[in-house]
Design a binder for this molecule. Structure first.
Ligand code: NAD
Length: 490
């Protein structure tokens, strides 16, 4: 079995507790690695290392930081296959998906490397004579990054690339279910020429390693991706110290198909929205809102395509749907399937654990579709985070948007229509951070991503994201030799 220690100050460091926990390969249902079980002591050491690295890292010329991020991208490119394999072993993602993600991850570092020397303040014309006022954007300091298990390296990159470009340093706490890829990734920083301490990783459980990081007084900001329940706790803890946060949380995203859509494209979009990554994506289009006039025909065609998905080993090229990443998550998905049945939703595909050809462990769930769902049912309101689609019929545009927005969340959404008016009006009416029209799951480092409502605060991606890791200073310089009356505001 592989053994993974923390990564602190540029070195592998065993846990202060001397304890390790096992990480399971969901494809075969077997433990494959032992991971350091971090505690407050390890977190403190990592924060000390990060804090010590901050002055020299933030003091580098921005173009030097940019060059290091470019170099990191080159090193990642060389190690992409290896990192992709580790991720597949640890969380069961399709290798083909990981291959694409690794390519993207390099571009993320290049994009923010390019932005590092373009962080410009402004000269501000004021109404005061003899005053020169300008703004500077400055890094925050030590950023605590807490990540989930579904796309560990990609979601870390969304935080790390802008944070480092802006001159911050990082202490990372990956998910206890998928720590290995982050620790392997840490080894690349030395090869790319980063000073030790700029990035650090402490592994372990949420309450044992995540909480001390969130509570640490020397951590200026928490960048978190995970469930809204943990997000709320982290937000509350950060509020006690008036810390900055970005929260990328869950979703119950509507995928709306109008009768005038290109139905072949919409079917593929619906499938990619819910069955890609076995539905374990925050942007899963888990509510299909289907116009009544095409309901039966569309559903029949959807069932044909979804029913032919190949389930099995995620390393194999022909596999479309791999396992669910963790045992607790698998149990949760199966429980939601039972809840939906008990609520009276009609199960028209799948509906339980998958034990057919290709199933190599107990962690496979059949792609599942429920028809006749009411938006008030739990299957339409709560995030399942698995390959389970709820189909809700609607009559007209007003009803479609009213159902779409009748949710606590607002992360992703899809709109399928050939009518440009509906595309433009609909994209304004839907309350979500992303609206895809005639496509789904398109993401880029150039474009901001984040949630409305309970799906989160702040944005990752694009120029906007770098501002999440900066604070604004307004500098006032008086060039007027006249001495002012000190008792009156200037
Ligand atoms: P989770 O909230 O259980 O855990 C996420 C991370 O938080 C883990 O590292 C965990 O150890 C840590 N953690 C938990 N409680 C903590 C606490 N009190 N203090 C500090 N750290 C704590 O989420 P998960 O099950 O790993 O991931 C799935 C969730 O993530 C889903 O809800 C999904 O929608 C969401 N997600 C959101 C996005 C997005 O960008 N919006 C992307 C991917 C996943």
């Amino acid at each position: 079995m592989a053994l993974y220690d923390h990564f602190i100050g540029g070195k592998s460091v065993p846990p202060a507790s001397n304890e390790y926990f096992e990480s399971e390969n969901p494809t075969f249902g077997q433990p494959w690695a032992r991971i350091a079980r971090g505690t407050e002591e390890d977190v403190n050491a990592a924060v000390v290392a990060a804090k010590a690295a901050f002055p020299s890292w933030s003091g580098l010329k921005p173009s030097q930081r940019g060059r290091l991020l470019y170099r990191l991208a080159d090193v990642i490119e060389k190690k992409a296959e290896y990192l992709a394999e580790i991720e597949v072993r640890d969380n069961g993602k399709l290798y083909a998906e990981m291959h694409a993600q690794m390519r993207y991850i390099c571009e993320w570092y290049r994009y923010y490397g390019g932005l590092a020397d373009k962080i410009e303040g402004h000269v501000i014309p004021t109404d005061k004579s003899g005053i020169f006022n300008f703004t500077r954007y400055e890094p925050l300091g030590v950023i605590g990054m807490v990540t989930p298990w579904n796309s560990p390296l990609l979601l870390l990159t969304w935080k790390l690339a802008p944070a480092l470009a802006a001159g911050n340093v990082a202490v990372i706490k990956p998910s206890e279910f998928t720590s290995a890829s982050t620790l392997e990734f840490m080894r690349l920083f030395e090869e790319a020429g980063f000073p030790p301490g700029v990035v650090n990783t402490v592994t372990g459980f949420g309450l044992e390693a995540g909480k001390p990081l969130v509570d640490h007084p020397d951590v200026a900001k928490i960048a978190f991706t995970g469930s809204d329940i943990s997000g709320q706790k982290i937000y509350e803890a950060a509020a006690r110290q008036i810390k900055h946060v970005t929260l990328e949380l869950g979703g119950k995203s509507p995928n709306i198909v109008f009768a005038d859509a290109n139905l072949d494209a919409a079917i593929n979009g619906v499938i990619s929205g819910i069955f890609a990554a076995s539905g374990q994506t925050c942007i899963a289009g888990s509510r299909l809102l289907l116009q009544r006039s095409i309901h039966d025909e569309f559903l029949e065609r959807l069932l044909r395509v979804a029913g032919s998905a190949k389930i099995g080993d995620p390393m194999r090229k022909e596999t479309n749907v791999g396992p669910v990443a963790t045992r607790p998550q698998c149990a949760k998905v199966l429980e939601y399937i039972e809840i939906a049945k008990a609520e009276g939703a009609e199960c028209v595909l799948g509906g339980g654990r998958y034990q057919g050809e290709g199933a190599t462990s107990e962690l496979f769930v059949s792609p599942t579709i429920f028809a006749g769902v009411k938006n008030s049912m739990r299957i339409a309101r709560e995030e399942v985070f698995g390959p389970v689609l709820a189909v809700v019929p609607f009559e007209d545009e007003d009803e479609a948007y009213s159902i779409a927005n009748d949710t606590a969340y607002g992360l992703g959404s899809g709109l399928w229509t050939s009518d440009i008016r509906k595309a433009i009006e609909g994209s304004a009416k839907i309350e979500a951070g992303t609206v895809w029209v005639n496509t789904y799951r398109a993401l880029s480092y150039t474009s901001p991503f984040g949630g409305y409502k309970r799906s989160g605060i702040g944005r990752e991606g694009g120029v906007e994201a770098i501002k999440e890791y900066l604070q604004t200073k307004s500098v006032w310089i008086c060039t007027d030799p006249v001495v002012e009356n000190p008792f009156i505001m200037r």
